[in-house]
Write a protein that binds this ligand. Structure first.
Ligand SMILES: [Zn+2]
Length: 271
């Protein structure tokens, strides 16, 4: 669906002792594909997991790589897509797929969940050092149930180098919840935005609620939540206004590309 090409960015950062530009490679899905996948939303929790399962398979994550994690308190399981890297060190990329059935829940948070398969797709064409685990969480709106269940079952938390959480994208250009993020992870998304010439901002949402990154922060795992909320758009959350029409597709696609480049950078820069 639309030819895609490998993007290589020369990372122009002068890290301590290393002045040479580094090649970071990734292969973004086209804007058409990203739009099609976000339009594939359903408005019931029960059917969302099935829809997402299909998107993962379309993106090439299938068979043993795609597993379900049922847990108490939710009829839907977490959906987990694993891409093995050279190391056991892991980067978790998460987004909840459940919704408050007052609107369509496209913004909160099909926008984030539907990007997971495309992020997987954009990363796997190049060998990666880290193992990437893409987790679509159930039960977030009931109190972070899916991410709590997931973190409870982590065997060795020291293996998880970072958790990148996507919640509520496409209302504006990319924002980070800086006050609840690991400073190093914030720094690297700034570097990604600078190198890719894409916008990034910080909007703290402490007063609005919570998100799945908090379950990881509670275990002292470095985490970051990426969103698109601003003062003007807070009212959309959990309201009938949370629908497809609220999404800005240009901004949404820019967020996808930025997050993809960011993950490729983290793969090279994190231990
Ligand atoms: Zn949410």
């Amino acid at each position: 669906m639309g030819a895609s090409a490998v993007i290589r960015i020369a990372l122009l950062i002068i890290a301590a002792g290393a002045g040479a530009a580094q090649q970071i490679a990734f292969e973004p899905a086209s804007q058409d594909v990203i739009e099609q996948r976000v339009r594939a939303f359903t408005t019931k929790n029960a059917t969302r997991e099935t829809a997402l399962h299909k998107l993962f398979e379309d993106a090439g994550c299938a068979g043993e790589a795609l597993t379900e994690q049922p847990f108490k308190g939710s009829s839907e399981p977490n959906l987990i897509c694993t891409h093995r890297g050279e190391r056991d060190s892991t980067i978790v990329v998460g987004a909840h797929f459940d919704l408050v059935e007052r609107g369509q829940g496209v913004v909160d948070n099909w926008s984030g969940a539907a990007l997971l398969p495309s992020l997987y797709q954009g990363l796997v064409s190049t060998p990666r050092a880290h193992t990437f685990v893409f987790v679509a969480f159930a039960g977030e709106e009931k109190g972070l149930l899916g991410s709590r269940a997931y973190t409870k079952r982590i065997e060795d938390r020291s293996r998880i180098r970072a958790m990148v959480n996507l919640d509520t994208l496409g209302l504006s250009d990319t924002k980070v919840w800086a006050s609840h993020a690991d400073p190093e992870l914030v720094n690297w998304i700034g570097v990604a935005a600078g190198n890719m010439k894409l916008p990034i901002g910080a909007v703290n949402v402490d007063k609005v609620g919570s998100s799945d990154s908090e379950s990881f922060r509670d275990l002292r795992i470095p985490a970051i939540t990426i969103h698109s909320l601003t003062q003007d758009t807070l009212r959309i959350l959990h309201s009938p206004q949370d629908k497809m029409e609220a999404l800005h597709l240009e901004e949404y696609y820019r967020s996808y590309r930025l997050i993809l480049g960011y993950l490729a950078i983290l793969d090279q820069k994190l231990e």
